[in-house]
Write a protein that binds this ligand. Structure first.
Ligand code: G6P
Length: 374
């Protein structure tokens, strides 16, 4: 059942639309909610014997490739906030190229849908040799990364067939948010924040169901963008990862140049590209970066940028500088879960762009689901 397309035309389409269910499976049995607010907690069985060591580590290093790297990037801020431990990011091949420092006092977290990616696996060997505690986050029970790490968490998203990762991405983020909650522990100072996140997790599948209703809106937008050469996606904070992942989806399946840009870097280069022709998606949902994103929109507008703004429901009039600006209104969520919501319209956009451009959605040119060679 998992591996047939059901009533969908493509696996990627099916996998995008089944995210409310895959997220539910990811969280099943791991969120404990016993009625009174005090008893809301997270239980990650595969980590329980190692949590103390992780909490004592000097640094947490996320290591992955492609979409898995982006998922870790999305979870980085909440892990830093709840654990107070510095979190650094490594693209597996780059860590190996540099032979970057990994220490015994580090916790190295390996994120991989397949659990078999050669670069990530080699980085794991390297981290093991350097004495770090190694944690695996994979979707594949019995995979090399699951077997060779000291401990870990399976994301339980179900088989993912489309080469472009969609449901694994959102499940990976949710697992890493749960990881942040588990490492953060139940300190009094974190209690309100922790409970808001756990409540948000319980409600997340419903919010994803709601955002999936944008399917037709994204198809219309895809029609508008079908002949473009390029698409920029601006994000920051929790949604820098969303910008990278949205651009990666467009690039890998729709075969259109697309670049995710950290909005804070806009004036240090990307602004030179802005004119009335180049379409630009700006992610400006409500969080601590909202007012900064409003000013980015103003600056892009001042340079006649062709804007497509993603904002929280009800914010269209607040964020749009003029009537030509296109809007994608999404349900609002707790800041650290918003990337799960925000990526969905971009997945849908990439999907529709690909179909409209006549390319193979499930097997993009030159790419493989699992890259097992270096
Ligand atoms: C390949 C796939 C990507 C994936 C990346 C990492 O490039 O095409 O979709 O994100 O590998 O794969 P992993 O299985 O390690 O998550």
């Amino acid at each position: 059942e998992q591996i047939n397309k059901g009533h969908y035309e493509h696996y990627m389409q099916k996998e995008i639309h089944e995210q409310p269910e895959s997220l539910t499976t990811t969280m099943r049995g791991r969120l404990i909610h016993r009625g009174s607010s005090k008893s809301k907690s997270v239980l990650l069985g595969g980590l329980k014997d190692h949590l103390k060591t992780i909490r004592r580590s000097r640094r947490i290093v996320f290591i992955g490739c492609g979409t898995s790297y982006n998922a870790a990037l999305a979870a980085r801020p909440i892990l830093e906030e709840l654990s107070g431990i510095p979190v650094t990011m490594e693209i597996a091949s780059d860590l190996l190229d540099r032979e970057g420092p990994i220490y015994r006092e580090d916790t190295a977290v390996f994120v991989s849908q397949s659990g078999e990616t050669a670069d990530t696996l080699l980085a794991l060997e390297y981290a093991l040799d350097n004495g770090a505690l190694c944690v695996g986050i994979t979707n594949t029970v019995g995979s090399a990364i699951a077997r060779n790490t000291h401990c870990g968490v399976h994301i339980n998203a179900g088989a993912e067939i489309g080469v472009a990762s969609t449901k694994a991405y959102t499940s990976q983020i949710v697992v890493m948010v749960m990881l942040a909650l588990a490492i953060g522990g139940d300190t009094i100072s974190n209690q309100t924040r922790r409970e808001a996140i756990i409540d948000g997790l319980f409600d997340l599948p419903n919010k994803v169901r709601e955002v999936l209703k944008l399917d037709q809106v994204m198809k219309e937008l895809a029609k508008l963008l079908i002949a473009e050469q390029s698409l920029l996606v601006f994000g920051r904070g929790y949604n820098y990862a969303t910008a990278l992942e949205g651009a990666l989806k467009v690039k890998e399946v729709a075969l259109m140049h697309s670049e995710g840009i950290l909005a804070g870097e806009m004036k240090h280069g990307p602004l030179a590209l802005v004119d009335e022709n180049l379409p630009i998606v700006v992610i400006a949902t409500r969080d601590a970066c909202f007012s900064k994103q409003q000013s980015v929109i103003q600056q892009l507008h001042a340079r006649k940028g062709r804007l497509i703004v993603m904002c929280s429901k009800g914010d269209a009039a607040t964020v749009c500088p003029n009537e030509y600006c296109r809007v994608i209104e999404v349900p609002e969520d707790v800041d650290c879960l918003q990337p799960v919501i925000n990526v969905v319209p971009l997945q849908l956009l990439a999907y529709h762009l690909t179909v409209l451009r006549g390319f193979n959605v499930d097997q993009p040119r030159n790419l493989a689901k699992s890259v097992t060679t270096q």
